[in-house]
Design a protein around this ligand. Structure first.
Ligand code: PEP
Ligand code: MG
Length: 635
């Protein structure tokens, strides 16, 4: 080993670069601020994964292995070329442009400008091939994108995308033998990426994952939602996490404060461990009461259901006292794969969930892809405004072939329990009618194929677009149930990207506009006797949950982990108090005033639930009185 090599690894397997202790062990360690994504406090080793579409492990390469790394790059280039040729050969009758594009990609993969840049990074900077490819991709893409976006020439910008696409192909080839190149830490890891879904990392990490950190995102982004479902802490929206944290660094991930401490000293680690243990004890205490009925102090029942993504979570949901599945996000079935899931494959997944939960109900939501939920199997075109683009029901109706496969699978699973189907992002009644028509067709096809099914399958819709709120009375004549999706309703009503960290403080569920919309929906639903639930992240905040009871909701769906806490909150309040507070809140003019009112009314009763421990030791500053709750991190 040469003198200039990175320090030797202390972990088994492939070499990883460790942070030199001298420059990072500040009194507490480097403290990075983010947004609390999922509660809990853990200490673990960082595993940094790439920030491009394909996740990869970042590592430095010892000098002796540099030429082998360059060789690995060349092999990946050849494999990528072969793959592109194979794709090209499979579409002989395809449109001319398709082959021309593939030919262009083929040339780009072997482009000396790209490869020389990558090789330089491997040789001079000792970066692994994946890291070098990703950096070169960013640099070249920047050359194609002038700083002033007004000057941006669409053709030139497209070439930048082409380079990114080609580099992604290279990354895929390189990460194909993932097991050899992801650092082995042989102990639980904290995964850090620009934006991650746990599914992204599942295939590449062998170690147990104990926490997630992302550079972008907010409490309602999918990393946070999944982490809460998996009951591991997450801090999201940590600016610069990727440049400040390296694989092998020791981290404290504080999902209650929304804080990450890099290379903390021993005292800080000990303090974090003790707070983590306290929180765990508190959460376990709540769990023991999970089978108590969910009724307010004056006996009003409120049904708590779970939002799930993976079939395995259905069991977790029951363990936490869920009365059913209020939202099964089926889009996860389409993610991280190149081909569409088949009808049989989907049927088995839905059946597993329905059977696990029976006789309780399961609401399967048809795929909500697009926006911040990408799925490689759909090959969606790039859009200026993906959240306002071809997403959810719009995408489904534009691909009836794919949509019918999903509907048939759902229809077949209905024979195994109480299954309902819910449509995301409905913005007009025609969309619901069109889905109903396709559902009718799917039922006939299932009948014709000789499969069993429930006689009637309720078809409901999400209310998460302002037009659906305004038209709720009309939609209530055709939808069999509503579920209010506040994550998107807030995004579309307040015009705030749900993943935008710097605007997250403005995207408040307590905004009077949101409260008025919820009230409008609960009233329209009541007038037409349509059941209405709420399944956005708002439901998993204790203060918001009691406010929702006051606004007329009697069914809330949330990540399973939040159910015990919300049940406890509801059991401590009286409906009349919730209604009075909601009425007063509706007359206020700002989100801050609403939050202050609700905290002032209910914080004394919910003190421990809001602070995450009996003694409030999780607040940023020690909490000494309920008034101090306003200094708590945003829920
Ligand atoms: C919502 O928008 O509130 C919702 C529950 O759906 P998702 O978070 O999956 O978009
Ligand atoms: Mg939504």
């Amino acid at each position: 080993m040469n003198d200039d090599d990175p320090p030797p690894p202390t972990m088994s397997g492939v070499a990883v670069t460790l942070a030199p202790p001298s420059d990072t062990c500040l009194p507490r360690g480097i403290v990075l601020k983010g947004i609390p994504g999922s509660p809990g406090v853990v200490v673990g080793l960082a595993l940094v994964v790439g920030d491009t579409r394909t996740a990869y492990g970042r590592r430095h390469v010892p000098s002796a292995q540099i030429e082998a790394e360059v060789e690995r790059l060349h092999r990946a280039v050849e494999d990528a070329k072969r793959n592109l040729r194979e794709v090209s050969a499979r579409i002989p009758a395809g449109p001319l442009e398709t082959n021309a594009i593939l030919d262009a990609y083929l040339m780009m993969v072997g482009d000396p400008m790209l490869l020389e840049r990558v090789v330089r990074k491997i040789r001079d900077e000792k970066k692994c091939a994946e890291w070098a490819v990703a950096q070169a991709s960013d640099e070249i893409a920047k050359l194609f994108a002038p700083a002033d976006s007004n000057e941006r020439d669409a053709y030139i910008a497209e070439r930048g995308h082409d380079i990114e696409f080609v580099c992604d192909r290279l990354l895929r080839e390189l990460t194909g033998d993932m097991k050899q190149i992801v650092p082995r830490l042989d102990q639980p890891v904290v995964i850090i990426g620009r934006d991650l879904s746990p599914a992204d990392t599942a295939g590449m990490v062998r170690e147990p994952v104990i926490a997630f950190i992302t550079e972008i995102g907010t409490r309602t982004s999918h990393t946070a939602i999944m982490a809460r479902a998996l009951e591991i802490p997450a801090v999201v929206g940590v600016a610069d996490a990727l440049s400040l944290v390296r694989t092998g660094d020791t981290l404290i991930v504080d999902g209650l404060r929304g804080e990450v401490v890099v290379n903390p000293n021993a005292a800080t680690i000990e303090e974090a461990r003790s707070r983590g243990a306290k929180h765990l004890a508190f959460a376990r205490g709540l769990l023991t009461a999970r089978n108590q009925p969910c009724v307010t102090r004056d006996g009003e029942p409120v049904s708590l259901k779970a939002n799930v993504e993976l079939p395995a979570e259905a069991i977790l949901a029951l363990d936490h006292g869920a009365e059913g599945i209020g939202l099964y996000r089926t889009e996860f079935i389409y993610i991280d794969r190149r081909t569409m899931p088949t009808e049989d494959e989907q049927y088995e997944l839905y059946r597993a969930v329905v059977e696990a939960v029976a006789p309780r109900p399961v609401t399967l939501r048809t795929f909500d892809i697009g926006g911040d939920k990408f799925a490689s199997s759909f090959q969606l075109p790039a859009e200026m405004n993906p959240a306002l683009g071809l997403r959810a029901v719009r995408l489904a109706l534009s691909r009836p072939d794919v949509f019918l496969v999903q509907l048939r699978a759902m229809v077949r699973a209905s024979v195994h329990g109480d299954l309902r189907i819910m449509v995301p992002m409905v913005a007009s009644v025609q969309e619901l009618r069109e889905v109903r028509r396709l559902l009718g067709r799917a039922m006939s096809e299932v009948d014709n194929a000789g499969h069993g099914r429930a006689k009637h399958i309720p078809l409901g819709m999400m209310i998460e677009v302002p037009s659906a709120v305004v038209m709720a009375d009309v939609l209530a004549r055709e939808a069999e149930f509503f579920s209010i999706g506040t994550n998107d309703l807030i995004q579309y009503t307040l015009a705030i990207d749900r993943g935008n960290r710097s605007l997250a403080h403005l995207a408040s569920a307590f905004h009077p506009a949101i409260l008025r919309m919820i009230r409008q929906v609960t009233r329209a639903a009541a007038a037409h006797a349509v059941p209405v639930a709420l399944c956005g992240a708002m439901a998993s905040d204790p203060l918001a949950a009691v406010l929702l009871v006051g606004l007329g909701l009697r069914e809330l769906s949330m990540e399973a982990a939040a159910i015990p806490e919300i049940k406890e909150a509801i059991r401590r309040v009286a409906t009349a108090d919730c209604e009075r507070a909601a009425e007063a809140a509706l007359s206020l003019d700002t989100a801050e005033a609403v939050e202050e009112l609700i905290a002032g009314t209910f914080a004394p009763a919910l003190f421990d639930l809001l602070t995450g421990s009996e003694d409030g030791s999780y607040a940023e500053e020690p909490v000494t009185s309920p008034d101090a709750l306003r200094t708590l991190p945003e829920p």
